[in-house]
Design a protein around this ligand. Structure first.
Ligand SMILES: Nc1ncnc2c1ncn2[C@@H]1O[C@H](COP(=O)(O)OP(=O)(O)OP(=O)(O)O)[C@@H](O)[C@H]1O
Ligand SMILES: [Mg+2]
Length: 385
């Protein structure tokens, strides 16, 4: 496990002597871990998505297809949300400007002390910027199984991540670990159970989260059914408060029961995205859950209904659903059997595999709308109905 304040650094440097000098400075200490040295600017965004560094150091004079300043801009626009320090020479002055993705500048020559100091400051300042922004918890719930919770939670999390929110997806389906199956994660991949039970620190997350190639981080469920019982409601509280400090958006894929664990997830959610479909059992259960939520004291606005497979009414009049829930559902997502099955089989989100498909556009719109509810991002005019 990483020590609590270890910083994971990615260096982008095409001058071997400079890379070697920095390696040398970092060799004698353990607070900064050098993950890799990349020479080709064109590969950095993809590599950073895989490696998930805490800080990236970029040579302003980087040559090649993607030059230094261009790379800094690419990293800013990538939604990775990693502080970038630009390495330069006095003849090429660069100014720190977080709005342009430059969170620190280091001019040569510099000492080991300067390097460590700049890295620590950039990371700390960036964390402050990130956490002063509001963090929101969205649980994807349904009172009936098999209605698309896992599929939609995964794609919604990726779509929210695309909107520049640092996003984590929690596999709250603790017994069966639906996301493990969907993403074909190895059995020994760490899970929520691997988080220390006391004094959980931000750095512990590094060892426990699954870095999905889709760009989001995932907190997996335990690998075996019986292990779900080891998670307590206190663990849920701790995990969510920790994730809130690091992520702009937390999406939870839930199971279909109202037990203590699920109520802990729901209590702490800012918005419950409740999936409904046009079938009579779902409608019946949705009404029962609405009663339960009312008794618990959740305001009606905490729930937003999402009709999944909204284009296949299965013989049910959509107004029956509206009458039952007492309002028009806030969101609709169409069916797309071929794309959903194909993407789920490959463990990739359809919002990335085929962003132009109607189902992907629907999910992207849900992402914009749920963020807009919390003032996190205005809904673009084109997305309004
Ligand atoms: N909009 C959609 N279009 C086509 N197929 C869909 C759609 N949404 C979900 N599905 C399919 O429905 C099935 C169930 O989806 P999923 O596993 O996401 O549901 P769930 O609610 O998480 O189930 P569980 O209750 O078992 O956790 C999957 O086979 C998925 O491919
Ligand atoms: Mg599921």
């Amino acid at each position: 496990m990483a020590s609590s304040d270890q910083t994971r650094l990615l260096l982008v440097e095409d001058v071997p002597q400079v890379a070697q000098y920095i390696r040398g400075l970092l060799n004698s200490q353990s607070t900064v871990k050098l993950l890799d040295v990349l020479e080709d600017g064109a590969k950095v965004v993809a590599q950073a998505q895989q490696l998930r560094p805490d800080v990236i150091l970029v040579d302003a004079l980087l040559q090649g297809r993607v030059k230094g300043p261009q790379l800094v801009e690419q990293l800013r626009a990538s939604g990775l949300r990693v502080p970038v320090i630009v390495l330069t020479v006095p003849q090429n002055p660069v100014e720190a400007d977080p709005d342009r993705g430059i969170h620190g500048v280091l001019a040569m020559p510099f000492s080991g002390f300067d390097l460590m100091n700049r890295i620590a400051t950039a990371r700390k300042e960036f964390a402050t910027i990130s956490t002063t922004g509001a963090s929101r918890i969205f649980s994807v719930f349904a009172p009936k199984g098999g209605v698309g919770k896992t599929t939609l939670a995964f794609n919604l999390a990726v779509a929210i991540g695309q909107l520049d929110q640092r996003t984590v997806l929690i596999d709250g389906s603790l017994q069966f670990g639906d996301l493990r199956a969907l993403l074909k994660v190895p059995v020994d991949a760490p899970s929520i159970l691997d988080l220390p039970t006391d004094r959980v620190a931000e750095s512990d997350l590094q060892d426990v989260l699954w870095r999905d190639p889709s760009g989001i981080d995932i907190l997996l469920a335990p690998p075996r059914v019986e292990m779900a019982e080891m998670i307590t409601t206190r663990d849920v509280d701790k995990v969510l408060s920790l994730l809130r400090r690091v992520y702009g958006a937390i999406v939870i894929d839930m199971s279909s029961v109202l037990n203590d664990i699920n109520l802990a997830f729901l209590d702490l959610s800012d918005t419950i995205i409740e999936i409904v479909t046009y079938d009579s059992t779902t409608i019946h259960n949705t009404v029962a859950v609405a009663d339960a939520f009312r008794m618990i004291g959740y305001p009606a606005s905490k729930v937003r209904y999402l009709v999944n497979r909204a284009d296949s009414s299965g013989g049910i009049d959509p107004t029956d659903l509206e009458r039952a829930i007492g309002r028009v559902p806030e969101h609709k997502v169409v069916s797309d059997g071929i794309l959903v099955v194909q993407s789920n089989n490959e463990g990739v989100p359809f919002v990335l595999a085929n962003p132009a498909a109607a189902i992907s556009q629907d999910v992207a719109r849900v992402a914009q709308e749920v963020l807009a509810v919390h003032g996190l991002r205005p809904v673009p005019v084109a997305a309004r109905r």
